[in-house]
Design a protein around this ligand. Structure first.
Ligand code: ADP
Length: 448
């Protein structure tokens, strides 16, 4: 019983006692009092006692109600706080990129977020037991190890999705730890699944790159070592051959220099360390510059260079980087060409998607279609011997691709074996060039 109630009962008893005492005193002091007077006085006393008792009771009840209301309010606040905390937890758990799964110590799933559903290819399927999650014995071993030992476990698993043969492989790192809700007892397992497929892919690319680089360096280095040894072993006095040996050493050293310079250039572009200064550039003039630098090479191969770019054609690009793109493409078009062949550079406007299109066409042997998707990869060569013979590093087109991407554009190739190849660089048109480009678009005619 609450203190308020006790107080009310006590107050009522006190009032009744006071009235009884009053009645007793009245009968003793005035035994001859008339019935009417006695009733009037008793009624008045009862009335006064009732008013006091009622007032007291009402005050106590009001106090009681207020306390009740306050405790209700506290309860409502606590519930609202608990709901808010739960919503917050839910939204954090569902928005994290890591997959989260919590199971109890009987392998019932208490919680699973969307990322875990995606990683474990669950889709919308209900998942109530650990066996619904995965059939991989490794997953079950991880969870039972944590429950058995109470220790954290880290492991790597693989999942596959899609049709057999067209499967998507996913590599996941799993961290599992015991869930302890009370004292030292293990109540379940909390686990996080982290997708490391991309990291693995990057690691593989890095390793492939390193092995390619060492392979590329090994050949010229071996040639230099062999020829230097020949010179040391008396070849230096062989007047008929010593200059040839030195020329070979020089050619191989030059190949190594070109390779190292292309590698550092490519890594600078890829890492974003290259700052582009985008400006309006008269393309015809840049092509002229590129041609004049490569003219001796073109004459040596018996190839003619045609600049078909309209004099007023402007592109938005970094002039040095654009020149680098064109040097690589024109150099390839000369290298992979027939004597008497042609290299034609032209430009066009793609109004549909607001791009400038620069085309470098040659009349060389062309590229078989199966190689086309791979020629922009680092160190990919269609004809390895011919490319090395011609002093190629195998990185020229990778540099073209990454420089074009850095401009927000794209590079691709079309080719027909026996007819020639056309390398296309698409660069976005900056807003300052749009009206100008529209003006000249009508004047672009086949110059060549
Ligand atoms: P490389 O240093 O070998 O020229 P690139 O990255 O510039 O390296 O080119 C990669 C490969 O693409 C070349 O080895 C060659 O097989 C092929 N290729 C590039 N340009 C042409 C072209 N114009 N005609 C035919 N094949 C080409």
């Amino acid at each position: 019983m609450t203190t308020q109630r006790k107080k009310i009962i006590l107050a009522t008893i006190v009032m009744v006692a006071i009235f009884a005492i009053y009645e007793t005193i009245k009968s003793l002091v005035h035994p001859s009092m008339s019935v009417l007077t006695s009733h009037i006085i008793s009624t008045a006393v009862v009335g006064i006692i009732t008013v006091f008792t009622a007032r007291y009771v009402i005050r106590q009840q009001t106090h009681l109600m207020q306390e009740l209301e306050q405790s209700n309010q506290r309860l409502r606040d606590a519930l609202a706080r608990a709901e808010r905390d739960e919503n917050l937890l839910r939204s954090i758990v569902s928005s994290v990129a890591e997959g989260l799964v919590i199971v109890d110590n009987e392998s019932n799933i208490l919680m699973i977020n969307d990322a875990a559903r995606t990683f474990l290819n669950l889709g919308e399927r209900p998942a109530t037991r650990l066996t619904d999650l995965s059939r991989d014995p490794e997953v079950h071993r991880i969870f039972s190890n944590v429950l058995k030992t109470g220790e954290r476990v880290e492991a790597r698993i693989e999942t596959r999705s899609g049709e057999p043969g067209l499967q998507n492989r996913r590599v996941l790192r799993v961290h599992a730890a015991p869930l302890r809700l009370r004292d030292r007892q293990i109540d379940g397992v909390v686990s996080a699944f982290i997708d490391i497929s991309q990291l693995q892919l990057l690691e593989r690319i890095r390793q492939e790159f390193i092995s390619n680089v060492s392979h590329e360096l090994r050949t010229p280095l071996a040639a230099i070592t062999a020829y230097v040894e020949t010179l040391i072993d008396g070849g230096i006095d062989d007047n008929e051959n010593n200059l040839r040996f030195l020329n070979t050493i020089h050619r191989n050293a030059e190949r190594m220099r070109a390779l190292v310079s292309d590698i550092s250039e490519l890594s600078a572009i890829e890492s974003g360390a290259v700052q582009l200064k985008i400006e309006r550039i008269p393309l015809r003039h840049v092509v002229e510059e590129v041609f004049s630098g490569l003219l001796p090479r073109a004459s040596k191969h018996g190839v003619t260079l045609d600049n078909c770019v309209e004099p007023e054609f402007e592109v938005s690009a970094d002039s040095h980087r654009l020149e680098q793109i064109l040097i690589n493409l024109v150099d390839n078009a000369i290298k992979f060409n027939h004597p008497g062949g042609k290299v034609i550079v032209s430009a066009d406007l793609s109004e549909s998607d607001l791009h400038h299109i620069i085309k470098v066409r040659d009349t060389g042997p062309g590229i078989p279609s199966e190689h086309l998707p791979r020629v922009f990869e680092r160190f990919y060569r269609v004809d390895k011997a011919r490319s090395r013979e011609a002093g190629g590093t195998g990185l020229g087109l990778a540099i073209v691709k990454h420089l074009t991407l850095a401009h927000g554009g794209e590079a691709y190739v079309t080719s027909e074996v026996g007819i020639g190849s056309e390398f296309i660089v698409k660069l976005p048109i900056s807003s300052s060039l749009i009206s100008h480009s529209h003006e000249i678009s009508s004047s672009i005619a086949a110059r060549c």
